[in-house]
Design a protein around this ligand. Structure first.
Ligand code: MF3
Ligand code: CO
Length: 267
C-alpha cells in the first residue's frame, strides 16, 4: 500500500531528510587517509543523537550500526569497522535518520584523493543518473519512467552495470514503504505517481558487471567481478509540479570543496 503524505507531513520529512545531509557533511569533514570507518560511523551516530534523531538503520532487521559504509568493490550495506581509509578509496556512505515520526534516507559516494578516470566517470554518471531519474518523478508518470531513465543513461549510454537485486523504495513513517523503485525497467510500467508520494531513489551502479555477491556477514554486498561501485540516494516528494527533492547534497558539496582529500570532483 502506498502512503500519501499531507503537506504538513512532507515538511516533517524534509526536516529529517535535510538532517541526513548535514550528518553527511559532518562525516565528510573528517574524511582523510588514516581514519577508520568506525570513527566515521561514530561521528554520524553522535550527530544524529545530538540532533534529536534516531539512526534508522541500527537494529533494522538486525543491522548492527547507524551507517552503512561500503568501500570500493562493496555496493551497499557494508559494516563500519577497523578498515583505515587510504588515498584512492571510494566510500559509499548511507545514512538514515528517524525524527518526528518520519525517516530521511540518503547515500553519497566519496572518493579520497586521486582516483583513476574510470572511477571519476562512474561517480559522475551515477550521480547524474539520480537527477535524470528525479526529473521523471512527476504526477501522472509511472515508476518505470524513473527506472528507465536511470538504466538508459548508466547501462545503455555508458556501459555500466545496474544492480538488479536491490532497489529504491517509498519512504515515510517506515523506512521501506511501497512502491519499490528499481533502477532498471520500462517506460510506462509500474505504479502511477501521485502528489504526496515520497520516493527514495537510489541508483547502485557498477563499473563492470551488474552481478553481485552477498557476503557471509549477511549484509555486505560486493560486485561479483570486484570492480568498484557507486551509490547516490535522494528522497523526493511527488507534487502537482516539479519534483521536490527533500534531501540535499549541498552541505556535502560544500565540504567537498573545502576538504583537500575530496576536491577531485571540482578540479
Ligand atoms: N538506504 C538503504 C536502503 O534504502 C539503507 C538500508 S540499510 C539497513 O535500503 F541496514 F538499514 F537495512
Ligand atoms: Co534507501
Amino acid at each position: 500500500m502506498i502512503h500519501i503524505k499531507t503537506p504538513e507531513e512532507i515538511e516533517l520529512m524534509r526536516h529529517s531528510c535535510l538532517l541526513v545531509g548535514e550528518a553527511h557533511a559532518t562525516a565528510a569533514k573528517e574524511m582523510r587517509p588514516g581514519i577508520r570507518t568506525m570513527q566515521i560511523n561514530d561521528i554520524v551516530e553522535t550527530f544524529i543523537l545530538d540532533h534529536g534523531g534516531i539512526p534508522s538503520f541500527k537494529n533494522y532487521n538486525g543491522y548492527p550500526y547507524a551507517t552503512c559504509i561500503s568501500m570500493n568493490e562493496a555496493v551497499v550495506h557494508g559494516f563500519p569497522g577497523d578498515t583505515i581509509l587510504k588515498e584512492g578509496d571510494v566510500i559509499s556512505l548511507d545514512i538514515g535518520i528517524y525524527k518526528n515520526g518520519f525517516h530521511g534516507d540518503s547515500a553519497y559516494t566519496y572518493a579520497l584523493g586521486n582516483v583513476n578516470d574510470d572511477i571519476k566517470r562512474l561517480l559522475k554518471i551515477t550521480k547524474e543518473s539520480l537527477y535524470l531519474g528525479i526529473q521523471k518523478a512527476r504526477s501522472g508518470n509511472r515508476i518505470g519512467d524513473i527506472s528507465n531513465a536511470i538504466q538508459e543513461f548508466t547501462e545503455k549510454q555508458n556501459g555500466f552495470g545496474v544492480v538488479r537485486e536491490l532497489v529504491g523504495h517509498g519512504l515515510g513513517r517506515k523506512m521501506h514503504e511501497d512502491p519499490q523503485v528499481p533502477n532498471y525497467g520500462k517506460k510506462g510500467q509500474g505504479p502511477k505517481l501521485k502528489p504526496g508520494m515520497v520516493l527514495a531513489i537510489e541508483p547502485m551502479i557498477n563499473l563492470g558487471t551488474k552481478d553481485i555477491d552477498f557476503l557471509s556477514d549477511g549484509w555486505t554486498v560486493l560486485t561479483r567481478d570486484r570492480k568498484f561501485s557507486a551509490h547516490f540516494e535522494h528522497d523526493v516528494a511527488i507534487t502537482k509540479g516539479e519534483p521536490d527533492i527533500l534531501s540535499s547534497f549541498a552541505p556535502i558539496e560544500k565540504v567537498e570543496k573545502e576538504n583537500p582529500y575530496l576536491t577531485w570532483c571540482h578540479n
